[in-house]
Design a protein around this ligand. Sequence first.
Ligand code: MIC
Ligand code: SF4
Length: 643
Amino acid sequence: MGLTIAQKIIKAHLVSGEMIPGTEISLKIDQTLTQDATGTMAYLEFETMGIDRVRTERSVAYIDHNTLQSGFENADDHRFIQSIAKKYGIWFSRPGNGICHQVHLERFGIPGKTLIGSDSHTPTGGGIGMLAFGAGGLDVAVAMGGGAYYITMPKMIKVNLKGKLRPFVTAKDVSLEILRILSVKGGVGSIIEWGGEGVATLSVPERATITNMGTELGATTSIFPSDEVTRAFLKAEGREEVYTPLASDPDAVYDRVIDIDLSTLKPLIACPHSPDAVVTVESLKGTKVDQVCIGSCTNSSLLDMLKVAALLKGKTISPSVSVSVSPGSKQVLSMLADCGALTDILSSGARVLECACGPCIGMGFSPNSAGVSLRTFNRNFEGRSGTRDAKVYLVSPETAVAAALTGEITDPTLLGTMPAVTLPDAFRIDDSAVLAPASHEEAKDLEILRGPNIKKFPDAHPQENELSAELILKVGDNITTDHIMPAGAKILPYRSNIPYLSKFCFGVVDETFPERALAKGKGIIVGGSNYGQGSSREHAALVPLYLGIRAVIAKSFARIHVANLINAGIMPLTFENTDDYEALSQGDELVLSDVFAGMDSGKIVLTDKTTGRSFRLNADFTDRQKAILKAGGLLAYTKISGN
Ligand code: MIC
Ligand code: SF4
């Protein structure tokens, strides 16, 4: 039987397990990346492992999220990461050099290699045929130390593309179309492989937009073939030597095949507050827009920016719209400056922000009260923009420009003729903002620079055989990590200070939660389906751990979050019968009995002492996961087992 592209890369990197969907496998990891909002924690965890040098082929630490520096905290964390990187053999991408995924694609990604990153959009690397996964910081730390990365062997979904996109219809619309088809849960447990004759019509930045947003499907990752288009991109980056062709076998078997005819797609838009609430742009025409943001790891490539500049050239943005443009990297920004396109953007009245995540993670540029914001980003979760009642829509750069010019949601095809935009044969190569690590010898005497913002981890709590605790919080479906542990300018600087962060846990849902949870000392959360979708932030597990949460019972979980819960020693359980969710109420006294035997049999009995009813829960854990949970988390387990 032939293999898919992902199966080929998995086969070449398999450390343990068999390639049987649904079973646990582990993979050798060639490259890692971290960003600063998750990196501080990941490096603190790496330090506890006592390894003197990273054991990957390439590890890169990016500073791109926490760049506001409105106090000492960010600057201290940057210095900490920089000093760690220098000492342990990690390349350091300075603030201003760009968004991790954009820079990694440009300068470090290699087709056929494995990459894990402490950021959920690491699958962007699939745009050049990398098998790239988002992961919690601790999993990245383990991979930096040479340990394998554990995942559930995914199913394979193929999206078969035919035809060619029409002017003003873009890769972003392809991403929104697949979200419309599959929903934010539709990719869970699967790798999405993009194929078909239409692939050849898409450039690497377009492919990367699509693999980037595959994260919003809940997919394990997404990947494109590596072909002549990939070679041309790598050549333009001066890295043609790392090119390898990659294609699936003609008789490769997929669990599902979805056909998309690119030539029939229309400009699409995701409505508040979910990336899968997709309708046509046309259907919302005339909606007044207050703000437009162009950028983020989804749409900040040179191609996107050149198109934006060409559409804005000689025009002025609407007086009622506030517009920001954040180029994805220093390479993109300097090339825009070189060719004059930057002046076209500036002359339109748009504000050019630094090459960083910025508004995407609520680091400034929050919309006005109840404002309508059109963003070329990948997530529009409630409150993420920093303005609680804002209405955030997700669109392509073309649709964003149409709204910026007219002041209302406008189908971009009405803008006239799309100016021709082509990528240059050679990009501007300037790696001066990437600092090399010290040599092994030099590194021995280097000191790690720590600021006062770095606080201790929450204590590990080994699982008990009988867990009695109150149902402290009951939430609905599709709870995101932005609900559990919000980000934004006020909180993000405290990512290495769990006690402080805990004050904001579940703030969007129930501001009383942290206080109630701390007062009880021990608690259980009940959630609906797809609990924990979104970010890779392990803080969404570490903070609840600090607040006493010992188990989360949900209808289903998102992949990275469930791994983070187990790593933190919090037991994730699912309902055997999802209707039982309705029978539980916040405040009920719950008991999980015979937990250890239940972990072995795969079923744990939950008794609701308040109502007297009992339910069966699924406890589907591998032997490794059981041992981690019993020890009270991966760090404790590693210390006990010496693994
Ligand atoms: C995000 O887009 O939500 C983030 C911020 O990049 C996160 C990482 C984080 O929370 O630091 C992600 O996607 O993993
Ligand atoms: Fe940064 Fe936004 Fe991309 Fe997350 S989704 S990495 S915050 S640009």
